[in-house]
Structure formats: structure tokens, C-alpha cells
Design a protein around this ligand. Sequence first.
Ligand SMILES: Nc1ncnc2c1ncn2[C@@H]1O[C@H](COP(=O)(O)OP(=O)(O)OP(=O)(O)O)[C@@H](O)[C@H]1O
Ligand SMILES: [Mg+2]
Length: 373
Amino acid sequence: MTRIGFAYNQKPEPIAAESAAELARPDEEPPSSGSGLATLVAPAAAPDDEYAEWDSRETIDAVASALARYGDVIRLEATDDFPQTLRDARPDIVFNIAEGLRGPNREAHVPAICEFYGVPYSGSDPFTLALCLDKARTKEILRAHGVPTADWWLVRNSEDLRALASAMPALPLFAKPVHEGSSKGITEKNFVSSADSLGPVVLDLLERYDQPVIVETFLPGAEFTCGVLGNGGSAQVLPIVGMNFASLPAGALPIYGFEAKWLWDRPENPLDIFSCPAKISASLRAEIENVVLRAYHALGCRDWSRVDVRLDANGRANIVEVNPLPGILPDVADNSCLPKAARAAGLSYDGLIGACLVAAADRQGVALDGSAS
Ligand SMILES: Nc1ncnc2c1ncn2[C@@H]1O[C@H](COP(=O)(O)OP(=O)(O)OP(=O)(O)O)[C@@H](O)[C@H]1O
Ligand SMILES: [Mg+2]
């Protein structure tokens, strides 16, 4: 039998229970950078979103069950003893969804350990995972490859802020912590509509998130998110997910930020925010697919990813950011975009996980068991 190691970070149960009451959708992406946690024991006063990006038991069980079609699944929780358990397990391949513990390179740690021991693994390599958790560096690569993305300025301190304010770019702007995901630190307050509000917005983010702030030209058009599966010439964009901002509360800023993801979209009262396939013209679909695949390849993504896109003032598709370790919540009610896009393509949840594993195995010459291998 093929030995499939399965690497993940499981949300601590007590926090999961609290979070279920606090948060609508508990496991889209990784925890805050620099959390400094050595174990899975949660500090009593953990912020609500501390473990927002780790996976729930439900997601982990669903992935393990999908993988079981292809071999023996060996669960490898990515705790401190992961290197030793990986060595002892001797898997033929690791299926990786571990979001990591510490710092801006957290998503790169498990793949780097696999590389150190020469174990094949699924998904992007440590470089791409670390790169995509730096929104400014990601945009530098996109810009160098001619892939459209909004203009941006990196603000590391008050000196950078003064320089930006003195050359005040065209408004409106949008500010974000440079190393976060799951809309941590991304609320309506980050919308900069006047020169006077730039300083307070950026200083507040610098202080609260203890990392540089990326200030971008605000892209006023429609928003989409796109699942990608596969590698090289076979990489394909799944049916595009469109965002319906009219479903947000009246007067809300048209963004898919913290409020929409965590406060307004609740299982008992879900936001009808997504349509998939998005209702767009064939030419816009082709344009979006083109920029998404160019971004995927320019950044070195492998096997799967989810890419966010918005239209600029001229209606042109721009890359907002790229998620090489995408959220994969199994419950349809959770509105998780990659499984949703896969379903629209006729791929079940198991089919999505299988497609990623098969892409990774093919790429590395690993033989899988099962009829689908
Ligand atoms: N330059 C921009 N112009 C307009 N809206 C933006 C811009 N940047 C971000 N947004 C809005 O903020 C949302 C969150 O931004 P972004 O995708 O960068 O954050 P994230 O937390 O990494 O997201 P995810 O949950 O997908 O990981 C976007 O989906 C979009 O609605
Ligand atoms: Mg995003």
C-alpha cells in the first residue's frame, strides 16, 4: 500500500468550542504571525482569531477519508515533534494542509521539513508559500511578470508613512497588514478615502499587527476568487466564484473583509454572497482565467491554489492575492470557495482532494493505490 502522510494543524478543541460561538467559519487560514506558541495548549486570553486558520477536526477527518482511497493514511499533526514522527512514519508522500505555527514563513515549515528528509509532498514549495504570505513581495513578482495588480506602497514605519503622505497617491486607497490572511486586520476601516485618514489608518494597523502595512490603490470593480488545479500546461481554472456585494448589509463597503467573512456570514443566517460559476461574459472569464494562470505560474504555485481577483476602474482584471494553501471546509454550508468551485466543475470534495494528491504524485513520480491513481 502507498503510505500517505497527512500533515495538518488541528485547532485546539477548547478554542474550537469558543470560536464556534464567536466565529461563523472556523478554519479558513493560518494563525497570526509571531504567535510564539510551542504547543497546542491555548493561552486563556487568546484572541478570537488566533487559531482562525488552523483546521477543525471535521475538515481533517474529511481530508483523511478522501486520501484513504489512495493508500494508508498516517496522520502527522504538525506539532513540535513533527520532524521525528515524519521520519518514523516513512511515508511515500505527504499530503500537506498544515498552516504552521510561527511567523511569516509559517506555511513553509512543513514542506521544508519534508524536503530536508527527501519526502515528496503535495502543494507549493516553501519559497512559494512564504512568498505568498508577503503581499508586497508577491506583487513585486507579479509586476515583474507583467501580471496586472494594483499599485502599492509598503509602509514599515512612520518615516515611510511621511514619505507616502507627501507624495499622496490618487484616492481611494486600501491598507492591509502585509503578512496576514483570513481578513485578519482587514475591515471597512482600512478604506482610505481622504488624505487626512491615511495616517491614522496605517498607524493603527502598524501598531495592532506589529508588521508592515501594504497600502494599495483601491480596486473599485467586481470581485472574484478562482480555484486552480494541476501543473504546467495542465493547470486549469475551476469555475469562477463571483462575489455579490449587494448581499452585504446596506451601506457596507464592497469588500470581502473581516465583517463579511466572520460577522455577517453565519451558518444560521448565511450571506448569499457567492455565485459559481460567476455570471460574466465569456471574454471577461477568459481574461480572468488568463491573469489567474499567469499569477499561478509566475509565483511557482503547484497542484492547487485559490487566487483572488478584482476589476480596476477600467474593468480590467487585477490579482489581489494568491493563496497556495487554500481553505477547504467540507461542509457546503460553510461557503468555502475552493470546494464550491470544484463542485461546480463536477468534482466532489473527495474528488478535489484526490485531484490535488494525484497532481502531486504525478509530478514526483509517486505511485498511488486505488482505482483513481
Ligand atoms: N486593493 C484592493 N482594492 C479593493 N479591495 C481590496 C483590495 N485589497 C483587498 N481588498 C478587499 O479585501 C479583501 C481581503 O483582502 P485579501 O484577499 O488581500 O486578504 P486575505 O485576508 O489574505 O484574504 P483571504 O481570506 O482570501 O486569505 C479582498 O477580498 C477584497 O474584497
Ligand atoms: Mg483574500
